[in-house]
Ligand binder design. Structure first.
Ligand code: ZN
Ligand code: ZN
Ligand code: ZN
Length: 114
């Protein structure tokens, strides 16, 4: 399944099991669940690690601290790409100020070296 989102002519593809164009998926679809994460192993955006693991047959790779300046976070509200540092430090979009789900912090280790 594939969700395409258009913003200023840039097309972002969110793989996995998205239920809308804002990055919500069948696993996490609360009001603030609007973040998609790019996975290092396949250079692709998924709404969550469950989407990644169910859609691929390779092992998930996490971002290590030296790579936290990579733009690997997609805001589903404005489709701005944030760095991992920006995401972890603010829990809201640095472009449109949309709040992100603070409970995602419980799962950072699925995505990032903590
Ligand atoms: Zn992957
Ligand atoms: Zn998911
Ligand atoms: Zn935003």
């Amino acid at each position: 399944m594939l969700q395409r989102s258009h913003k200023r002519g840039v097309m972002m593809e969110i793989l996995g099991f998205p239920v809308d164009s804002a990055g919500r998926c069948k696993h996490y679809h609360g009001k603030n669940d609007i973040v998609s994460i790019k996975f290092k192993c396949c250079n692709s955006y998924y709404p969550c690690y469950k989407c990644h693991d169910a859609s691929t047959d390779h092992e998930r790779q996490i971002w290590v601290k030296e790579e936290f300046n990579e733009k690997a976070i997609l805001c589903g509200n404005c489709f701005h790409e944030l760095t991992i540092n920006e995401y972890i430090q603010n829990q809201k979009c640095s472009n449109c100020n949309a709040p992100f789900n603070p409970n995602c912090a419980n799962h950072y280790s699925k995505y990032f070296e903590m």
